[in-house]
Design a protein around this ligand. Structure first.
Ligand code: GLN
Length: 291
């Protein structure tokens, strides 16, 4: 079978099964598994594909037909300019979370100008995506990634090493701040924020393959924010910031939680779809930061 023919056939099978992005998924799976690039589809479309490769691709297509997301099948995905391994204990990083990283870059640069050896803390680090993307672009920082999943912590560490940040990133098993010591200039989190009752309605790609620990925010979806806001004061440096990703309808409720714990909303940022996605908080005054 030839390359172009193989891609077309895979696309047709995925489309027939109702997979929304059949063309993209077919191209991504076939090209990635063959180590080829998009342009190869144009210049090598006639290339004959070895039977063993066709069989590997067949296995991947079957997994996609069972609704496993493309990047879980491939075992990795890009996040900003990093390549990150995925594992069963890690949420697949979303493009929307890149908005959180982007929002923090200017604030992190400002902190790096006035603080020597600035530190960041990523709560529920998963693949390490947020912490590592920030460390990559804020070279003055070191970071701590916290997670309750040991599988996630192992993956985050592997990702730090793979992306050349093994020396600047450590991990800690902890339920939010429980085992965290010390203070940080940036505290960041993309916590679980889906209401428990909504999880059965999520897309099968999310519901069946993202770890529920990383999705389930409790009855009203806000458990993690309450945890984070109530304990962050002991771990935030003077002039530090806390930034969280939120669900599209949680701007008011999450802001109210942080306000009740002595923070003010510094800025709110929308995602690529125009939904509220990122909130950045600061302490009301430097005095209260020491409380
Ligand atoms: N953004 C994810 C989703 O839409 C949820 C991730 C989270 O709960 N932090 O499925």
């Amino acid at each position: 079978m030839r390359l172009a023919q193989l891609v077309a056939q895979c696309k047709a099978r995925l489309a027939e099964a109702g997979i929304a992005d059949a063309a993209f998924d077919a191209r991504m799976l076939v090209l990635s598994l063959l180590g080829l690039e998009t342009k190869d589809l144009l210049i090598k479309g006639d290339q004959e594909i070895a039977a063993a490769d066709v069989a590997r691709i067949e296995g991947a297509i079957r997994r996609r037909l069972a609704r496993e997301p493309v990047h879980r099948i491939l075992g990795e995905r890009e996040f900003r300019n990093l390549r990150l391994k995925l594992s069963p204990g890690t949420l697949e990083p979303r493009p929307d979370t890149e908005v959180l990283v982007e929002a923090l870059l200017p604030l992190g640069q400002e902190i790096a100008q006035r603080v020597s050896s600035p530190r960041l803390l990523d709560l529920g680090t998963g693949t390490g995506a947020i912490a590592l993307a920030l460390l990559h672009e804020l070279p003055q920082f070191t970071g701590l990634g916290v997670d309750i999943s040991t599988d996630a912590l192992e993956t985050a560490k592997v990702n730090a090493d793979l992306n050349g940040m093994g020396q600047r990133f450590t991990t800690l098993e902890s339920w939010w701040f429980e085992h965290v010591t010390g203070r940080f200039d940036i505290i960041v989190s993309n916590p679980p924020y889906i209401e428990t009752g909504v999880i059965p309605q999520l897309e099968p790609e999310v519901r069946m393959f993202d770890p529920h620990l990383a999705l389930d925010g409790g009855k009203d979806g806000l458990d993690a924010y309450r945890n984070i806001a109530s304990a962050a004061g002991d771990h935030l440096e003077h002039g530090g910031i806390i930034a969280v990703e939120i669900g599209y309808d949680q701007k008011q409720t999450v802001t109210a939680i942080f306000i009740s714990c002595g923070y003010t909303l510094e800025c709110a940022v929308r995602d690529y779809g125009g939904n509220d996605r990122v909130l950045v908080f600061v302490r009301k005054s430097d005095d209260s930061a020491t409380v």
